[in-house]
Design a protein around this ligand. Structure first.
Ligand SMILES: [Zn+2]
Ligand SMILES: [Zn+2]
Length: 337
């Protein structure tokens, strides 16, 4: 927690004390006034979901409120009969006197920061976010607030992302070098978010892309809900993995979730290289540790400077970090911007 000098203290004095508009419980973040949870970890009646990743959007809630882009993916993962209520960015709902709205988090398509307002006091919980526009997700929107609960997955100064264009160029170049040597390339990436980013940007003139079934499923869910409306014309130019059969001379790019690679599949390929696309690839030794030929540092989370920027620009007087390197980020904020 910290005091932000850019916050106007006059506003602070006029507001009632709502220290507990959001409070951390064993079920996740809870709003007692509104009687709802944000990304709950256990079964609850009313869940507000920031995005469809499995560690935020869990099974067993009586009612889900989330951005309507998430409906297709969430119903595929949690069951088509879940009680799902869709909402747009910027649209307002009032729940037991608390005004609730969703604002783009730029993390993956459909991801949102949740803004709560009660008696003039404004809270924002980010879920996962990144501030750079990936060209597919609705870009991050900075929301002014008094209380800011930020993720800090990559909250260390060593995490400092290069531009997306530069990294994609590196992936294309590496893929082309594999093709030139007659090698397939297995690119591991999360099936929701990262895989779509790659499909949106990789250069199809290099070769054929095959996607693991889990990624194909996510694409269907996103498309059904309109979350791929901004995608490039090449996005859908790929084949499902099940349609792959090794032919003489043809080398392909396989986009796979890390858990989707079987020994049988690797045997079929014979000549191949492996690479991973993740922010964790920024850690020295990680590539070797994961037994990869190559690591590309491309993340759907904010890096250190984005986290600091967001914390500062919200104007929040009260900042809490959750996930990842929370202490480092909080200590830095206490020391001053
Ligand atoms: Zn996420
Ligand atoms: Zn997460």
């Amino acid at each position: 927690m910290k005091s932000n000098p850019s916050f106007e203290s006059s506003t602070r004095n006029q507001r009632p004390e709502t220290r507990n508009l959001l409070t951390h419980t064993r079920n996740g973040w809870y709003c007692p006034q509104g009687d709802f949870y944000i990304d709950p970890t256990q079964k609850v009646d009313r869940a507000i979901i920031t995005h469809a990743h499995a560690d935020h959007s869990r099974w067993g809630m009586k009612h889900y409120l989330s951005h309507h882009y998430n409906e297709g993916v969430m119903k595929r993962r949690l069951g088509k009969d879940i009680s799902f209520e869709g909402i747009n960015y910027g649209e307002k709902r009032h729940i037991n006197g608390v005004q609730v709205s969703f604002h783009p988090a730029g993390h993956i398509p459909g991801s949102a920061q949740i803004r709560l307002e009660y008696k003039g006091d404004i809270w924002v919980i980010t879920g996962d976010y990144k501030c750079n526009d990936d060209g597919l997700s609705t870009p991050f929107e900075l929301v002014k607030c008094h209380h800011f609960i930020t993720e800090s997955t990559f909250g260390l100064p060593v995490f400092n992302w290069e531009s997306q264009d530069k990294i994609i160029q590196q992936v294309n170049d590496y893929w082309a070098s594999c093709v030139a040597k007659g090698e397939h390339l297995i690119l591991t990436a999360y099936s929701l978010g990262k895989a779509q980013r790659l499909l949106n940007l990789l250069d199809r003139s290099i070769g054929q892309i095959h996607c693991h079934g889990a990624i194909v499923e996510m694409n269907r869910g996103l498309e059904e809900s309109g979350a791929l409306n901004n995608c490039s014309k090449d996005f859908h130019d790929y084949l499902p993995l099940k349609d792959f059969s090794p032919k003489n001379g043809e080398t392909c790019l396989f986009i796979m979730p890390p858990s989707g690679i079987s020994d049988g599949f690797l045997k079929k390929l014979k000549n191949y290289r492996t690479a991973n696309c993740s922010g964790w690839m920024a850690l020295r030794g990680r590539q070797r540790w994961d037994n990869l030929d190559k690591g590309f540092v491309i993340s759907d989370h904010a890096d250190w400077k984005e986290l600091i920027w967001a914390c500062k620009e919200t104007g929040a007087e009260d900042i809490r970090a959750v996930h990842g390197y929370t202490e480092v980020l909080e200590r830095y904020l206490v020391a001053g911007f």
